[in-house]
Design a binder for this molecule. Structure first.
Ligand SMILES: Nc1ncnc2c1ncn2[C@@H]1O[C@H](COP(=O)(O)OP(=O)(O)OP(=O)(O)O)[C@@H](O)[C@H]1O
Ligand SMILES: [Mg+2]
Length: 321
């Protein structure tokens, strides 16, 4: 029997659903591990890394299932946990500190992707280093948060609306501006397999009966507010038209490239939008995508005939060591 330590961040009782979700993931993972007769413990990691470190020394697990999404509420600090596990030589699930550090900071990841020829929308960091292009639309996104925290219809702005104050970054230092791509949206999940990373069936996000002037974005409401128009009018589709084969092939290729570029382990999900020419552009790489049973990653697994238990097994068989 293996001793497994599940690591989560403590969302606190008052946390919003996107933050609470880590507990859903932990519960689902814990059930599978218990069915496999593993000896499972769970620990909430805070900024007090000493507490985690002494637990690791007092009662070392055989491996850690790392679900930590933030420390002190900051996604930008999540790579500290794998960094500690690495220096203590404790194997753990998912990507290492290197890949998590790079991908958690969307601008950092975009810069690297550009250097490697992967298309990603133009962007402006704040404080702005370049001028917005006239006529372009931008989406204002947090640099380091996930789950569409801080993304709403109002996040979409015309170049002309970008005031000096916004561009100075004084009001929103943790955000950046990314060129808005009005095209199609896809998620490509990649899971570790016996022969290396396996790209799972592409999912397209579809916006049903959206008023013409409403931004087609998967913002906070679409992801977490079950009674909202956005939640009820967005669906994930796995059926692909014959005419999309070339596009899907290209996204599969890019997703694998991202896997290797960021030295991914276990599982990742790459989010795309298509540009005006229909070319796929990466909007973000999720090196620790949500694996709640109702999330996109397990859904893509199911479409490839990989059930939840097998998904967890595959993640356990591709540890960072
Ligand atoms: N450049 C863009 N052009 C068009 N839409 C965008 C762009 N960037 C983000 N979006 C929209 O906003 C959503 C959330 O953006 P993004 O995936 O970057 O954020 P996230 O909070 O990291 O989400 P996740 O829940 O996938 O971790 C996307 O699914 C997409 O609908
Ligand atoms: Mg995303």
């Amino acid at each position: 029997v293996k001793k497994v330590l599940i690591l989560v961040n403590d969302p606190g009782k008052e946390a919003s659903p996107d933050v609470q979700d880590v507990l859903m993931q932990a519960g689902a993972v814990e059930n599978v591990l218990r069915e496999m007769d593993a000896e499972v413990k769970r620990f909430s990691v805070s900024l007090n890394l000493e507490a985690l470190d002494s637990l690791l020394q007092k009662d070392p697990p055989d491996l850690v299932f790392n679900l930590v999404e933030s420390l002190a509420g900051r996604g930008a600090l999540l790579h500290l946990v794998p960094a500690l596990l690495e220096v203590r030589y404790i194997p753990f699930t998912g990507s290492g500190s290197y890949g998590l550090y790079l991908t958690t900071h969307k601008v950092r990841a975009k810069r690297i992707m550009r250097q490697h020829g992967i298309h990603t929308p133009d962007w402006i960091s704040l404080p702005a280093d370049t001028f917005p292009e006239k006529g372009k639309r931008y989406i204002m996104k947090p640099v380091s948060e996930d789950g569409s925290a801080g993304i709403h219809d109002a996040s979409l702005v015309q170049a002309g609306e970008l005031t000096r104050e916004i561009l100075s970054g004084s009001t929103t230092p943790a955000y950046f501006l990314e060129e808005y791509l009005p095209g199609r949206e896809f998620n490509l999940s990649v899971i570790a397999g016996p022969e290396g990373p396996q790209v799972l069936p592409a999912a397209e996000m579809q916006y049903l009966d959206y008023p013409a002037d409403k931004p087609r974005i998967l913002g906070y409401a679409a992801k977490w507010e079950e009674n909202s128009f956005e939640y009820r009018h967005t669906v994930r589709r796995f059926e692909m038209a014959e005419t999309d084969r070339v596009l899907v092939r290209e996204m599969e290729r890019i997703s694998l490239q991202c896997w290797h570029l960021f030295e991914a382990r276990g599982y990742i999900r790459v989010d795309f939008r298509t540009d005006a020419e229909g070319n796929p552009c990466v909007i973000e790489v999720n090196a620790n995508p949500c694996i709640s049973p109702d999330a996109g990653f397990p859904a893509a697994c199911l479409h490839a005939g990989i059930g939840y238990r097998e998904m967890i097994l595959r993640i356990l068989n591709d540890l960072t060591v």
